[in-house]
Design a binder for this molecule. Structure first.
Ligand code: MLT
Length: 264
């Protein structure tokens, strides 16, 4: 379905009934990455999976991206859907950065948080340089070299060769992302706020789910986040990398289901 926001419509999957669980995808992906969660979790709750602006079926909108802007879009989406009850917000990687931004602006709409394959720290000097390099690659050679360089880091080395269909799905999803979106996302990722000071202020039930073999965000960063968020819990997923929800959907979904049961 499409939901009208301020002058454009955002594509969003809306399935099931109950406490709204909003799933926010990572970079440079779209809501298709949540297929196993939409299928399974919509039997228990209402699952909303939007395509952020410029991703998937949502239109490319003029102007730069930012985590705050994505959070504003999510807020407008909830208004557009007439959702007044509090939601559980679940963000993977860049979706987690959006989740932090949403918490800072719209905490009154939140019942709980799920932070997955994400980090609170901003980009290191090295990461900033890598983003600049990727922007240059996108402009000079197109975005395929960026996707191809990400591919070996998406899944756990333990499972990558056993799950070629998962990698194919991730690549197919990434290839739908327009070059302009890739560049705007990279700029927004570079400019994102340091969320470490936010962590001790999170006064909501929070579940962190992280792949033990995540090569993009090492699990140590999730442990550090967990230590800073009062009362939070970490579910460490074995044989899983950055796209752990695709790689170990049963373990991922069970962790979410248990969290929902506790909140229900
Ligand atoms: C993501 O999966 O959203 C990205 O890896 C985030 C990042 O590059 O920081």
């Amino acid at each position: 379905m499409n939901v009208m926001l301020n002058g454009f419509s955002l594509a969003c999957t809306d399935a099931g009934q109950g406490l709204p669980l909003v799933l926010v995808h990572g970079y440079p992906l779209n809501r298709q990455m949540w297929q196993p969660q939409v299928k399974e979790l919509s039997g228990q709750t209402r699952v909303l999976a939007p395509d952020l602006r410029g991703h998937g079926d949502s239109p490319v909108i003029q102007g730069p991206h930012s985590m705050d802007l994505f959070a504003d879009d999510l807020n407008a989406l909830l208004d557009g859907l007439g959702i007044q009850e509090k939601i559980i917000l679940c963000g993977l990687s860049m979706g987690g950065y959006v989740t932090f931004a949403f918490f800072r602006k719209y905490a009154h709409r939140l019942r709980g948080l799920i932070l997955t394959a994400t980090r609170a720290a901003p980009d290191s000097e090295q990461a900033l340089a890598a983003r600049d390099q990727a922007i240059q690659t996108a402009v000079e050679k197109g975005v395929n070299p960026i996707f191809e360089s990400m591919a070996p880091k998406l899944l756990s080395p333990q499972t990558a060769s056993k799950l070629p269909a998962m990698l194919d799905l991730a690549m197919t999803v990434m290839r739908r992302t327009p070059p302009s979106t890739v560049v705007k996302d990279l700029q927004a990722l570079k400019a994102r706020q340091d969320s470490r000071p936010t962590l001790p202020r999170i006064n909501l039930p929070t579940l962190i789910i992280h792949g033990e073999d995540d090569q993009i965000v090492p699990i140590q960063e999730a442990r550090e986040m967990q230590a800073q968020i009062p009362g939070s819990r970490l579910a460490a997923v074995p044989a899983a990398g950055h796209l752990l929800n695709l790689e170990q959907p049963q373990i991922f979904n069970r962790a979410v289901q248990e969290f929902l049961d506790e909140l229900g």
